[in-house]
Design a protein around this ligand. Structure first.
Ligand code: GLV
Ligand code: GLV
Length: 306
């Protein structure tokens, strides 16, 4: 291969490798066992010559790494994620590295987890499972693990399918389930804080499948303690992979390890997009002699035809 492309993790399927190899790339996959690679680890992977990198949301892609990648001749980086709060796009732009993410292929899969968490929270599935396994079930009772809320009132009216709210406060006050899906940036950091939690219904369900810092997790733990009927389903955490003290003890919290996109189809789609991003940014652009204008922001597949 003429071009050297590094993947910081082994990824599912072989299609992405074939796509790269067909375009004269040698693909190198990091076999390091530890889950989160440090900046130093990645600098070592980049080495002296590296044309493109496929990296992960757990990695800190900032000034140091883009400078190293650029020195090694690299022109393309793709996160294997739709979120890119771990990527300093300005720094990438400064060093002439195009950045890609993997939107689209995980939308339904993420929505499915959000729906699963809200149903599981509403019907206390995880708590009930623990109850069974602990040998506590000694016979059916009318109040045993009664679900707290009810999604639809039995009024005979047609359920409202969707409605646009005029403000976030309105949503917070009326919603039975609130599912968070913003990107994480300065404007969404601690979007859900103590004050906003206090505006929500006492029996509401809050779901977060976006990024942990969108929710003030300490305030959330306090809110869960004060409001036993309030329930939360979390796929992401403020200090991921850790949970804030007390969260793991809350029965009204369901916690899962960042698995919203974890279906076979979606993960293969993500890695395929990541490979195509690297190819588009590195090779198509260089063939056409594309110059970076300095205002390059995010690329996604399909937007990257230059
Ligand atoms: C996962 O969290 C992603 O951003 O793809
Ligand atoms: C519950 O199991 C019922 O039959 O109502």
């Amino acid at each position: 291969g003429k071009y050297r492309v590094v993947s910081t993790k082994s990824m599912p399927g072989t299609r992405w490798i074939n796509l790269l190899v067909q375009q004269d790339c040698r693909v190198e996959i990091c076999t390091e066992k530890k889950t989160i690679l440090s900046v130093e680890d990645i600098i070592a992977l980049i080495g002296n010559k590296c044309d493109g990198v496929i990296g992960q949301l757990t990695e800190d892609w900032g000034e140091t790494l883009f400078s190293a990648l650029s020195k090694a001749g690299g022109k393309a980086f793709s996160n294997m994620a739709v979120g890119y709060n771990n990527v300093d796009v300005e720094a990438a732009t400064k060093y002439g590295v195009a950045v890609g993410n993997t939107p689209g292929v995980l939308t339904e899969t993420t929505a499915e987890l959000a729906a699963s968490l809200s149903l599981a929270a509403s019907r206390r599935i995880v708590e009930a499972d623990g109850f069974m396994r602990a040998g506590l079930y000694d016979g059916w009772l009318p109040h045993l693990l009664k679900a707290y809320g009810q999604f639809l009132k039995a009024s005979g009216e047609q359920p409202v399918t969707w409605k646009r709210a005029s403000s976030m406060d309105e949503v917070l006050q009326v919603a039975d389930v609130i599912s968070l899906h913003p990107i994480l940036d300065k404007t969404t950091y601690h979007l859900i804080n103590k004050e906003r939690l206090s505006k929500m219904k006492k029996e509401a369900i809050l779901i977060n499948c976006s990024r942990g810092p969108v929710v003030d997790e300490e305030a959330l733990v306090e809110h869960l303690k004060q409001n036993p009927m309030f329930r939360v389903g979390l796929d992401v955490f403020e200090d991921e992979p850790y949970m804030k003290p007390g969260l793991a003890d809350m029965k009204n919290a369901i916690v899962v390890p960042h698995i919203a996109s974890a279906s076979k189809w979606t993960r293969e789609g993500m890695v395929t997009l990541a490979a195509l991003n690297v190819l588009d940014c590195q090779f198509r652009s260089s063939k056409k002699g594309r110059q970076f204008s300095g205002v390059t922001t995010m690329y996604s597949f399909g937007l990257c035809t230059l």
